[in-house]
Write a protein that binds this ligand. Sequence first.
Ligand code: SF4
Ligand code: SF4
Length: 320
Amino acid sequence: MENLDKCIHCHKCRDNCDFLSKYGIDICDTSRLRKLAYHCFLCGKCTQVCPVGIDGREIIMGMRRERASSDEHAQIEETYKGLIGEKRNYRFRNWKSVTSGSIFFPGCNFPSMYPKTNSVLSKLFAEHGIGTVYECCGKPIAELGLADDEEMIINGIRERLKAASVTEIVTACPNCRDFFGDRLGVKVISVYEKLTELGAGKKISGDVELYMPCPDREKKLWVKEMSPFIEGEIIINDSAQCCGLGGSAMVHEKDIADGFVTKLSNSAENRIFTYCASCAGRFRRKGLKEADHILPFIMGTDEQPDTLKSYLNRVMTKIK
Ligand code: SF4
Ligand code: SF4
């Protein structure tokens, strides 16, 4: 575990996190934090604000891994059995259209929430010899601290990529890209980079108020890569530390999770755009009517998240 001796007890992590504030703890309060490790949204805000570079998110991930490999394992399996049942051995995996070279990897939630836009993208990429693969990257399982399952998922994806001679993954999900990093031995790029390369997609006129999903906050890679599609200014709205879905913490902290959406709703001056299908769906489900994923607008479908049939849409990816 990371060296916490350098902590200067400034409380910045607590002051910037609704979860730590609720329990009156800092990242360095490890004995209490360990008991609450599954209440953390894994958003990384504590890591960003710590003046001495302590990675709070990684500390909590370490605690989750320890607990998941202890005698608490069965209880963790029981608490998250729905998620684990779907994603440990991804139930809707479909590699029928895999191509050598580049593949489109929309992730679990983009095709669930935006089936029409997903079809438009899939068709466009197919015209350029890029097949679509339906798979879960493994991040939801990894975030539960299930390290052996995480390794099994990554190894399985690596083997399937190798067998098909894939060299590039084009993903529509910031979580997938962040989670893969350089672990797969292939290039992982955003859908916006590929659309720019192909000269596809249309520009959005005017300014865009943007909510950044957790994994892109530090580097803002996706913000840079989508900027060619935005004619006006990009105004970042960082009022909420997470959409509420991060780290599966909502199971324990529903009120905090709902509070994030309220903060965003109260601070938004315009329609809020984001670029994570899970965030967009979550905002809509919580009644934020002026919250949209930016990709359907770039692709000209102007599609709203299909919050009613999202699961069915995911099932359908199995038979595409
Ligand atoms: S990762 Fe996010 S929710 Fe967890 S302690 Fe850090 S700031 Fe709080
Ligand atoms: S922000 Fe960093 S230095 Fe400050 S209390 Fe939290 S862990 Fe310690």
